[in-house]
Design a protein around this ligand. Structure first.
Ligand code: ATP
Ligand code: MG
Length: 553
């Protein structure tokens, strides 16, 4: 079913620009700073930037915004590339802001020559003091009126390493009384004697974000430079620099970043979770990072569909995490192979079934016939889920209880005759009889039952470790809470079941496979799997157990 979708505001701008002939085709960019792993918020920006150039015929550059040598690393560069490819996008060019350092330096010299930039010897405290407040104009620096020659000489000396960090900065000469604080002679270059992950020790002088970003857009002829709302005040400076430098006029447009319930998204906070051991790493399946979601079993399509559904707006809001999970279930429902696994086993013996006999039963792999079927071994002793038996059944209980009948999935109808308890009073085994003429697909028994339960043959079962995840944070909006977000960490976000029983076909599971353990949730193989030891992650439950809990109170 195709939905007629109205255009978002950026699409409207682009369609207008194209209709007016302002551009023949568009160029966008995704500009991550390689100082951490990408998270679900970034995927919104990725889907938007790549989606626009796909829709309107154009291209998207991947540009690493690597102007801050201290926090950046090639480990992050590699992970970012892997994540974008996994999401299903290909960039036209791979660029680095650091490739433009020479050009940016020349731009700065141009500003100096136009008397639009000056070297300031003030300390950062002095600069802050003279900056004024939003309601009060700032004061001019005593260094503001240096000559072109003096500024040029000092700037070259700054580059040559003559000065220490913080001793001098280069500032744009704009307006100390501007109502926009960012226009009050912003710093555009600072001295930093630091090793850069790509340029090594060539530079001891680095451009500030505002001097690098817009100019990089311009160098690449970006037509639509899309960023998040907090950059609105930067747009005036973005435009000022482009106009004074007389370079390609890229335009900046701002959209609302993704915020999601029960999730923190700032890289700084995610780094704390990793460094302080709250999770096992950036790719811990509880992390909102792309690699964490991937490891948990998310599919690229589910994330792209989610980004499509949340749309692009100009106002901040909070998206419900359950929408992301909804998109995930929608996709997994189509592709996951239905299999049987028993997480909390109880033994069931079919007293009238022949000892030692094995029957291979045909079971469909999914709701769609094209997914095919497989054979599963059936025998006298089975594992079933402990919660599927009730000694004293509640009303409307359609599963096993003394005297009650159920269908064993893809097998026979059985009736429970008796059960035994251990010395602690726990049910140890239940005894049933089966109806040989009730075999699934060729049932002539005439018996109708309401419940179907899953099972695994004791003598054929394989075993696996299963990891069940819950949300990492207990707060619906952790960013809005007072105090430290780590006070809201859910202490029960991971439950490990060391040994569950799985049908033997699962021994051949691959990392690409997606499974529905029927009635138990969606699962995939975790990278901790070794030759003799399977580990499955629960990707998501079948239904939203959490919101049911909340409704119950
Ligand atoms: P963080 O605040 O998490 O550290 P960032 O904005 O510093 O993230 P960048 O690497 O600079 O991270 O981001 C690259 C691109 O992704 C930017 O264009 C940024 O606007 C966008 N982006 C980052 N977070 C989100 C988000 N939550 N929703 C939408 N876009 C985002
Ligand atoms: Mg940033």
């Amino acid at each position: 079913m195709s939905e007629e979708k109205s255009l978002n505001f950026i699409e409207e701008i682009i369609e207008n620009d194209l209709a007016e002939g302002k551009y023949q085709s568009i160029i966008t960019r995704f500009p991550p700073e390689p100082n951490g792993y990408l998270h679900i918020g970034h995927s919104k920006s990725i889907c938007l930037n790549f989606g626009l150039s796909q829709k309107y015929g154009g291209s998207t550059n991947l540009r690493f915004d690597d102007t801050n040598p201290v926090t950046e690393d090639t480990e992050y560069v590699e992970s970012i590339k892997e994540d974008i490819k996994w999401l299903g996008f290909n960039w036209s060019n791979e660029y680095y802001a650091s490739d433009y350092f020479d050009q940016l330096f020349e731009y700065a010299v141009t500003l100096i020559n136009k008397e639009l930039a000056y070297v300031d010897d003030s300390s950062s405290e002095e600069i802050a003091l003279l900056k004024g407040t939003p309601t009060e104009a700032g004061k001019e620096s005593p260094y503001r009126n240096r000559t072109i020659e003096e500024n040029y000489k000092l700037f070259i000396e700054m580059k040559s390493g003559k000065y220490k960090d913080g001793e001098k900065v280069l500032r744009a000469k704009i307006d100390m009384a501007s109502s926009n604080m960012l226009m009050r002679d912003p710093i555009i270059y600072r001295i930093k004697h630091a090793h850069h992950h790509r340029t090594g020790n060539k530079w001891c002088l680095y451009p500030m974000y505002d001097f690098a970003h817009g100019q990089s857009d311009s160098i690449e002829n970006i037509t639509h430079s899309i960023c998040t709302l907090e950059f609105i005040p930067h747009r005036e400076l973005y435009d000022w620099l482009i106009s004074k430098l007389e370079i390609y006029p890229s335009h900046q447009y701002e959209f609302a970043r993704l915020n999601m319930t029960y999730t923190v998204m700032s890289k700084r906070k995610l780094l704390q979770l990793v460094n302080e051991g709250f999770v096992s790493g950036w790719d811990d399946p509880r992390m909102p990072t792309i690699c964490g979601l991937r490891r948990k079993g998310y599919t690229p399509l589910s994330i792209r569909n989610f980004c499509e559904k949340i749309g692009v707006a100009k106002r901040e809001n909070l998206i419900d995490l359950s929408l992301l999970e909804f998109c995930l279930r929608e996709d997994l429902n189509q592709i996951a192979k239905r299999v049987m696994a028993v997480l909390d086993p109880l033994k069931l013996v079919i007293t009238n079934y022949e000892d030692g006999k094995t029957e291979l039963l045909n079971s469909e792999n999914g709701p769609d016939e094209s997914m095919g079927s497989r054979e599963i071994p059936f025998s006298k002793e089975l594992w079933i889920e402990r919660e599927d038996f009730m000694e004293e059944p509640a009303k409307k209980w359609f599963r096993l209880a003394p005297g009650a009948m159920v269908r064993l999935k893809s097998a026979y109808i059985i009736q429970c005759d008796s059960f035994e308890k251990d010395h602690n009073g726990n049910v140890r085994v239940i005894h049933c009889t089966y109806f040989p003429d009730s075999k699934s697909g060729q049932d002539t028994s005439g018996i109708s039952v309401k419940g179907t339960i899953h099972w695994v043959s004791v003598m054929h079962a394989a075993t696996a470790e299963v990891r069940l995840y819950d949300r990492l944070l207990k707060s619906e909006n952790p960013a809005a809470e007072e105090g430290d977000f780590k006070d809201y960490i859910n202490p029960n976000s991971l439950e490990i079941i060391k040994e569950v029983y799985i049908e033997p076909s699962l021994s051949n599971a691959t990392f690409e496979d997606r499974f529905q353990f029927i009635r138990k949730g969606y699962f995939c193989l975790d990278k901790d799997t070794t030759n003799g030891h399977l580990v499955f992650n629960r990707t998501v439950t079948l239904k939203d157990a959490w919101s049911k809990e909340v409704k119950k109170g």
